[in-house]
Design a binder for this molecule. Structure first.
Ligand code: 13P
Length: 337
């Protein structure tokens, strides 16, 4: 039986390479409507489709965005939206040589039989949805599941997270979408960095085991790991050098060099922290493209600058470019604060 679906393999490899191109990374704006509502509420705006469209239009029409951004992850609503002048957002991205991506998971649900942990929904109907997203221009996908250090993690939760990611990756590749594999290890907890390293190693070992069992083409995936840091409530903060050392140790022990790109999430780090940590990881050569796929660490100052006012759009777009440029330099290991 065919181990690899031949039809899309070359395209998947090319898409992954384009996203993992030097000095570029991913802008994640795939907040669900509920989460986008929280972002809008932080600047006093109602969570309406009009406001979500206006915010995404501001981000996606930023002139020159493609110099530092190679991919944008969208929520389903955004994939089908257009600018107020009637240009599809997907077209805006293509004009900047940015690959359109789509969040395909359906969020988290309590995992019965576990220690208050959760599992990720969305495999039902995923093949037909993925084919539809491809038709509308998406070329990569994201599936975010979470693992909690303070809740264990239980063997059951880790296995479920890894298996779900591998099944999603197989369905994505079958439909021409490069899967971003994202088992987010939440920052919550007061544990030391060594404990995060231990958990991350366990999780990624299992993820790669099931990716192999599901015949995933590793050259056609991207990873979205959490950086290895102490728990957010741990008594001591770690320097970018310590975080880089532990994170790279984990990656080198667990991630084959066939994987083209490692696109970190920011996970609640401040904008500058996320940039400094990425820069520290790029101080010596890595077998992969080590870059960013930030949501909050690229959007926080944009929201502040915008405040929902049309007269602030230009300033807000400039602040997006400032963060994107800083992370682009960090990808190249050339950022200084
Ligand atoms: P943060 O960078 O805000 O953690 O979000 C990235 C993301 O897409 C999480 O799934």
């Amino acid at each position: 039986f065919p181990l690899v679906r031949a039809s899309y393999v070359d395209e998947l490899v090319n898409t992954a390479k384009t996203i993992a191109s030097p000095g570029r990374g991913i802008l994640a704006i795939d907040e669900s409507n509920a989460t986008c509502g929280k972002r809008l509420a932080s600047i006093g705006l109602d969570n309406t489709e009009v406001n979500r469209q206006a915010y995404r239009q501001l981000l996606l029409t930023t002139p020159g965005l493609g110099e530092c951004i190679s991919g944008v992850i969208m929520f389903e609503e955004t994939l089908y939206q257009s600018t107020t002048d009637g240009k599809k957002f997907v077209e805006c991205l293509r004009d900047e040589n940015i690959v359109p991506g789509i969040k395909v998971d359906k969020g988290l649900s309590p995992l019965p039989g576990s220690n208050n942990e959760s599992w990720c929904q969305g495999l039902d109907g995923l093949a037909s949805r993925s084919a539809e997203y491809y038709k509308h221009g998406a070329r990569f996908a994201k599936w975010r599941t979470v693992v909690s250090v303070p809740c264990g993690p239980s063997a059951l939760a880790v296995k479920e997270a890894a298996w779900g990611l591998a099944r999603y990756a197989a369905v994505s590749q079958e439909n021409g979408l490069v899967p971003i594999v994202e088992p987010e290890i939440l920052l919550d907890g007061d544990h030391p960095i060594e404990r995060t390293l231990e958990v991350a190693q366990r999780v990624w070992a299992e993820v790669f085991y099931y990716l192999a069992e599901n015949n995933i083409v590793l050259e056609g995936i991207l990873l979205k790991p959490s950086m290895v840091t102490p728990g957010a409530e741990h008594k001591e903060k770690a320097s970018p050098e310590i975080i880089a050392k532990h994170t790279l140790q984990m990656l080198k022990r667990r991630v084959p060099p066939a994987v083209p790109g490692i696109m970190f999430l920011s996970g609640g780090q401040s904008e500058v922290e996320a940039t400094l940590n990425l820069n520290a990881m790029n101080q010596s050569p890595n077998p992969w493209h080590v870059s960013f796929s930030y949501a909050r660490a690229l959007q926080n100052s944009v929201l502040k600058a915008w405040q929902g006012r049309p007269e602030n759009i230009e300033a807000a777009q400039k602040s997006l470019l400032v963060r994107a440029k800083a992370n682009s330099l960090a990808q190249l290991g050339r950022y200084s604060a």
